[in-house]
Design a binder for this molecule. Sequence first.
Ligand code: TNX
Length: 539
Amino acid sequence: MNFTRGECKTLSRMALLCSLGTVQACSGPAAMRVEETSAAEPVGVAAEPPDGGIVPLPLSTRPGSGRFTIGPDTEIQFTGGSAEIAWIAAHLAEFVPVDGATPRATRVVPAGTRAAGAITLALDPALTSLGTEGYQLSITPDGLTASAPGPAGLFYAVQTVRQMLPADIEQRSSLGRQALTATAIEDRPRFAWRGAMLDVSRHFLDPADVKRFIDMMALYKLNRLHLHLSDDQGWRIEIKSWPNLTARGGSSAVGGGPGGFYTQAQYADLVAYAAQRFITVVPEIDMPGHTNAALASYAELNCDGRARPPYTGMRVGFSSLCTTTESTYRFVDDVVREISALTPGPWFHIGGDEVKTLSAPSYAAFVERAQTIVRSHGKQMIGWDEIAGAALHPTTIVQHWRPNASARDAIRQGSSLILSPANKVYLDMKYSPATSLGQRWAGYVTVRTAYEWDPARLLAGVSEESILGIEAPLWSETLVTLDDYEYMAFPRLAAVAEAAWSPQSERRWEDLRARLATHGARWSAMGINYYRSEEIPWR
Ligand code: TNX
C-alpha cells in the first residue's frame, strides 16, 4: 500500500500513540486506524476517545455507533441566516481537513435540502435548557449536527469539533479525510464568567499578540478578556481629552523598555475581534493607586501639583491620584467616558488595589465617587477585593484575589464575586522553583493547583449563587514577549478554563492530565510556547 503525505502523518501519529501503549489509542471503538484510501474512505480516525481529548470536559458525552467522515467535499449548512452564524460556519470550514490534491473549497451554504454527510449548524431557540452558551452535538455516520439556542453555543460546538480533529489541523495541514467517532454531546458551562486577564501595562503587547491570545482563549471556551490597561509603569490606551497619558505615560515599561499603547481604533478593533469569538473585553484603568504613569503625564493629578518621574521598577502601592481635587474626578470622568464609548460590554474595572498612601475613609470616598461615575456612563463597576471596604451598589462586582481576604463585606453588600485567588490561578506565579519567569509571592502554582479546587468552597460564606465565575490574571512584570506570556499561560489556562466550565462532580485531575496530554501537539502546531510540565504525560 502506498501512502500520501497526509496518510503518513496519520500513520506516524498512530505509531506514536500506540508505541506509548495507551489503551485508548490502540483499542476500543475510538482506536486510531489507518485505512486503505478510496474516494469515500477516511485516511484516519480523527477522534481522540470521545471525552478523552476535549478540554473543558463537556457536561455529558454518549458514544454512538459508527463514524462520520469529514473531508474536502463535506458541505457545511447553517440555519438562521445571520452574518454571525455564517461567520461561525466559515470558521468551522477552516478546520475541515483537505488533502494535497484538493484545494480548500468547503461549501458553506444556508440550510436547504440536507445533503447526506453534511455538517449542519442549527440555531434552535427551543433548547432553552442549554442556557445562552450551551450546545448539543450529534455525530452519526450520516452527518454532524450542532444545535444551540444561541450563536455562542454554535461557536463552542465548533471548538469541540476542532479538538476532535488531529492537532495538525491547526496548521491547516493536508490530512485527507478523517473519521470522527459517533458521539452525542450535551454541553453548557457551570459559570458565566470564564476569564483571563492580560497585564499590558508592565510590558506592552501589540494588537496582533493580543489577537493570538484571544484565539487561544476561544479554543478553551473562555468568554471574558480583562485588559489591565494602566499601571505605574505604563498607560496603554489613547484618551483623546488627555493626550499626555499616552504621549508620556505610554512610553515606559518595567525595566525601561519602549512601552506602547493602543489607539482608540486599535482598541475598538480588538474589542470587535474578541466579540466575534464570543469574548467580552473588560477594560481596567487602575485607580486611585497604581497610577504613576498618569501622575507622570499630568502634574494636576498630584496633590503637590508636581508631575512624577516615569517608573520602571516593580514595587507596588506607592502611588495615588490626589483624591481631594476636582481635576482628578474630571480626569476619571473623561477616561471612563471615552473608554466606555468604545466598549460594548457592560463592565468597567476601576482596579482599586494596593493603595498604601491613603486613609481607609479617603480610599472609600474615592471608590464611591468612581462608582457613581462608572454608573453614569452606563457601566457596571468591577474592582479588586479591596473595594469591598467602600459602600458598594449591589450591581458592583468584587474580584477576589488576595488568598487571605475575607469576602464578608462584598457578600453583605449583595455583590457578586469573580474568583482570582492568587495562590491558585495567578498565571504569573512560577510553576516551580526552576521556573525562570514569574513571581512567587503567592507560592508556586502547578497545573494541578490551578485545577484542583472548588470555587463554591473557596471562601467562607460564599456559595455558588454569589460566584460569577473564575478569572486567571497574567501579570507581566517579568514577561516581555508573547512567548513569555504563553509559557506562563499554557497549560494552566486550559486547566482554569475547565474549572470554570465543567461540573465539579465530573472533574478529576487524573482525567484532565490525560486529556491535556493531547493538547501539547496542538499547541506546537499553533506555534504556542507552552511549558512542558512534568505533571502531564505528553503524547
Ligand atoms: C498583585 S493582583 C497585584 C499586581 C501585581 C501582582 C503580581 C493585584 C490586584 N495587584 O499589581 O502585578 O500582584 O503578582
